[in-house]
Design a protein around this ligand. Sequence first.
Ligand code: PGA
Length: 258
Amino acid sequence: MKVLIFKTAQEAVDHSAAAVLEQIRERAETVLGLSTGGTMVPVYEKMRATAAGLSFNKVVTFNLDEYLGLCPGDPGSYHSYMRHHLFDHLDFNPHNLHLPSGTAACATQEAERYEMAIKAAGGLDLAILGLGENGHIGFNEPGVSLGSRTHVQALTDQTRAANARYFGTSEQVPRFAITMGVKTIFDARKLIVLATGAHKAAAVQAMRDGPVRTACPASALQAHSQVTLVLDEAAASLFEARAAYADIQGHKVASGHG
Ligand code: PGA
């Protein structure tokens, strides 16, 4: 796992946004895995601000997850989030933009359909992820199978509390979501995991230094050969190997893979 530690959250965000744009510059038909949440808001803002001259028309996107029960027009839905923060601002082709439907008649069938659609698109070239305080990626909550594919997932109280800010109270946060599975995410050819802030430090430590176990779904990514963990100093504060990332390139230091 490659680890980049930046002094500030903004620098970590800027690096992540630049990496996504670079991927699109290299391959116009890139298939991206995209995330939502507070961490990604400034990433999309930076992408919008620095995308001049780059076309997104051939880019194909698959979001990691969507709440069950919310229609695309619901302001709390991830469909709305993505339109608001990214899709409406750049020249994406709407036919290329995919999120699970939160209102399909059969959620299980929708999850299977979504998994097949990712496969039919050739798989994800690059997925950019946040990290839950409980170690979740997408909505893969602790206890999930590390071999899981896209599925219906019950959300933990901790996740619902963390996302209450978008709904008013945690009671108003949907109880279920459709999420790409850990294995679906793992199958992306490249992964960027962005975590900023001291509240993510314990999850970062469990993901990077802890054993691979279902209690921390993100720890499955330890076995991925092309994953970059992008951190600010606050999120890296409990990270055991941090001392090994001595300040030899300004305040940004990369480890080798492995
Ligand atoms: P956050 O969520 O960016 O809102 O902290 C990240 C996540 O839960 O994956």
